[in-house]
Design a protein. Sequence first.
Length: 659
Amino acid sequence: MSDDLFASNSQTSGAYDASSIEVLEGLEPVRRRPGMYVGGTDERALHHLAAEVLDNAMDEAVAGHATRIEMTLDAGNRLTIVDNGRGIPVDEHPKFPGKSALEVILSTLHSGGKFAGKAYATSGGLHGVGISVVNALSSDTVVEVALNKQLFRQRFAKGLTLGPLEKLGPTQNRRGTSVSFVPDVEIFGDILQFKPQRLYRLARSKAYLFAGVEIRWKCAPELITDDTPAEAMFQFPGGLSDHLREQLGPRECATAEFFSGRQDFANEQGRVEWAIAWPLWSEGSYSWYCNTIPTPDGGTHENGLRAAITKGIRAFGELTGQKKAKDITAEDVMTGSELMLSVFIRDPQFQSQTKDRLTSPEAATLVEKAVRDHFDHYLSDNMDRGKALLGFVLERMDERLRRRAEREVKRKTATSARKLRLPGKLTDCSSDDPAGTEIFIVEGDSAGGSAKQARDRKTQAILPIRGKILNVASANRDKISANSEIADMIQALGCGTRDKCIPENLRYERVVIMTDADVDGAHIATLLMTFFFQEMPELVRRGHLYLAQPPLYRLVAGSKSAYARDDDHRAEIEAKEFKGKKVEVSRFKGLGEMNPIQLRETTMDPKSRNMLRITLPQEYEERALVKDLVDRLMGKHPEHRFQFIQENAAQVDEEVIDA
């Protein structure tokens, strides 16, 4: 939701003419709105800079011009990536007299050799955006190019060119490009640092994705805090097959030989490589790549693979006389599998600048065409192997159908006995299907009353709770079970807790914590999040838990009104929307003070509201860090909380304390 929501009743104030139009030049747009280019200013965005530079080096390798890439992390958060490719051109650019192509590429958005497809048949780096964005968000960038036995260097800072291209002299045994940069603390803060373990895994995964390249890793020893090696060299002739074999380890699979292969298409149409195994006991993991770029949200290449595998196993089932094979779905075949898919295509299209999801339509057709024929041979060339996999998939299908039938019965039972089995405070929604429904856990009866009037009766349920609930992190099991507020929540959600928690039984698609926009509200929200983290972690991991974002202020000037989330947002609205006007500011003491129309418009209506999804990290190490933080701040040892307050008290805004 944009800030426009909080000024939805506003009318244009002041003159709106040509002087109102601001033109951002050079790389200034990147520094103003880094989220548009790298997805934010958090740790993930920081490491996205490393990925962009490494992707450019990989593009040289995939194009056949580089065989070696080096990644080095030094003190001062400086990262250097070197390749032995062709080197960025340093001659004068025809459209920019007096500027080398190197300077244009580093200081101008949408400049590079990946648009026409002449320099790169397939590429992973952002087309003319990646390296310039890295430059814009770095406080010090040094690029060296070894080209035609001459060495050149140019320096940049915060997107600006610090000096002309330097010619350093002859070099005999060096070729390619070196990019060395330090992320700008003005953008990312002085706390965020590159993590050696994360960079190490990134370099290693790239080597798996392109079998011909050698990637060398080096890190200053004093920066390493775990078992990440200070130096390593990666080169995997088997590509994804090597990767999957190592990932599987000794685990037993449905078939002795996993399904892997590679298909190159003529006329540079692209290339597809895959490796899939079906472990007998596994939650499964899926790795999707396009032009060596991870696409964690999948996309069209994923769709092509799902179609090929599903159609192939159905056809094999019909061939062997299994009539019920026609009911096999992609879920039956893919769930629990260990899967890796890598595609190389021209001009890939992604859903966003961070490239989390591939949207190129041709990728689906390319992958399905490449995989289907190989999979048919994989099944039929060894009938025992094919029948073993088919039997495994049919068991999955039977289990899926059984679970679906159980859910339908439980839902009907819960619906028919709703008044008897649900807590009295709950105002339930009318829909019997969990899809699209949500329950708001609201602080206090007064806020609950407003929320009941503001809700969509069909899809939104309201459960008021009384003030601060029990801190489950410091309470024993008996005390938790005896708490009435917690009992009401567990009963309303219907999915159980801890080892008896069955996410499929959750009665609503979304669980929304809605508390006052003040310190007490934040405390209650923290207690509720602690409850879900400890008692129902799988709901959090699956993305069912949300945090509502109600406004704290209402601003009025004449007939114009707006809502502000916090003090910073209030100052921004006053400066932009109410410039020069006398503004009457009212502060909501709680959700109960908002009338139902205001509450619906700002906080509950899916068309206009803003909510935060609360999730848990996918990686075990990061989940362990979250658990440690919860234990320290919410657990049974108050001295840990006291230490945290002492260490962080200076960062708290005095105005927030006064509020």
